[in-house]
Design a protein around this ligand. Structure first.
Ligand code: NAD
Ligand code: UD1
Length: 337
């Protein structure tokens, strides 16, 4: 299939594009490069055997989208393009609603005009809000605790309404838990700009000596060791999940919602210890007060994806740490060098 991948040079989009190539699809990547580097295209070419078509542009540019959808004879779209930093979304809500909600609206309009009605959308476990009942299953109540989460929820509502209004659409929302890791070659991975907000990139920067020590946000949560527990998912498992969702969704009308997680939680201290094993160092940490808005625990009920997509995670926490370390230690500045 010809697949338009918005946000295709980003962390998850680039690795999913590589998997699409490897599976015999033709990905067309569209990205405005606001949070990614074009050098990733060379890496996809090296690992995937051919260089995907790349369009530098914005998902809010409806005319551009219509042209690309038509000219490349796109069969389905995987929509990654979005802003994703929770703290930034609180400071700049309009930028988040514009990129994430308006961007998706423009994309859906363009798809409707051209007659492409297969979409896979990057949602997030953040749509479960501050839920306390674990595991999280797809029918659990939804809410948002910040503008980023609200933007994902708004898009999910848009997709649900569209599925009701026009039964020709196949719309799949994938709720990712905590994506981490890198390509096992160490050639592709995540390089956040500035100080990392998320746990694994922060630990990786401590391991290469770019940051002094990990600040552990709270150790009095009701969890086995008192630190936060999350469902970490290897980005290559996540990429495989997109292939499975595409295979399931294309030509199957309706709204399809899946958790993509392992179903298993790991604490902050467990992740730190596993990373220490991977890099062969004892990594320093300090306990600091909890981060506002954090929940104690979050992990998926992954059964629906297993039963309906035939997909489940296969990579362990040790794999996630080893692959992140391989990438971080060889690319401390990401794709810039
Ligand atoms: P990323 O920032 O690495 O990738 C997103 C890409 O979209 C970037 O390359 C950026 O340049 C591009 N982009 C942003 N706005 C755009 C616009 N208006 N037009 C064109 N391109 C634009 O992020 P990622 O981690 O790969 O996340 C991909 C998707 O998955 C996002 O929708 C994100 O919200 C969602 N998600 C990510 C996580 C995570 O932890 N990484 C968790 C849950 C959901
Ligand atoms: C965060 C976002 C969530 C988003 C997800 C993407 C918040 C409140 N939530 O989730 O919306 O979908 O990223 O993966 O930002 N931790 C530390 N020290 C650090 C960083 C994190 O102790 O320097 C702890 C956190 O308190 C948490 C765990 O590590 O217990 C995981 O944090 P993080 O990687 O930021 O992910 P989430 O908070 O789950």
């Amino acid at each position: 299939m010809n697949i338009l991948v918005t946000g295709g040079t980003g962390y998850i989009g680039s690795l999913t594009s590589l998997r699409l190539l490897e599976a015999g699809h033709r990905p067309v990547l569209l990205d405005n490069l606001c949070n990614s580097h074009p050098a990733v295209l060379d890496r996809i070419a090296t690992l995937g055997g051919s260089r995907p078509q790349f369009v530098q542009g914005d998902v809010r540019d409806r005319a551009l989208l219509e042209r690309v959808l038509a000219e490349a004879q796109i069969d389905a779209v995987i929509h990654f393009a979005a802003l994703k930093a929770v703290g930034e979304s609180v400071a700049q809500p309009l930028a988040y609603y514009d990129n994430n909600v308006n961007g998706t609206l423009a994309l859906l309009h363009a798809m409707q005009t051209v007659g492409v009605r297969n979409l896979v959308f990057s949602s997030s476990a953040t749509v479960y809000g501050a839920a306390e009942q674990m595991p999280l299953y797809e029918d659990a109540p939804l809410s948002a605790t910040n503008p980023y989460g609200q933007s994902k929820l708004m898009v999910e509502h848009m997709l649900a309404d569209l599925a009701v209004a026009d039964p020709r659409w196949s719309l799949t929302a994938l709720r990712y838990f905590n994506p981490v890791g890198a390509h096992p070659s160490g050639l592709m991975g995540e390089h956040p700009q500035g100080v990392p907000n998320n746990l694994m990139p922060y630990i990786a920067q401590v391991a290469v000596g770019q940051r002094a020590s990990l600040r552990v946000f709270g150790n009095t949560y009701p969890t086995p060791d008192g630190t936060g527990v999350r469902d970490f998912i290897h980005v290559m498992d996540l990429a495989d999940g997109h292939l499975a969702a595409l295979q399931h969704g294309v030509g199957r009308p309706g709204l399809h919602v899946f958790n993509l997680g392992s179903g298993q939680g790991h604490s902050v201290l467990e992740v730190l210890a596993a990373f220490g094993q991977a890099c062969g160092k004892n990594l320093p940490f300090d306990i600091v007060p909890p981060r506002p808005g954090d929940v104690a625990s979050s992990w998926a009920d992954p059964r629906r994806a297993r039963e309906m997509l035939g997909w489940h995670t296969t990579r362990s926490l040790a794999d996630m740490c080893a692959d992140t370390w391989r990438w971080q230690s060889t690319h401390p500045q990401g794709y810039s060098v």
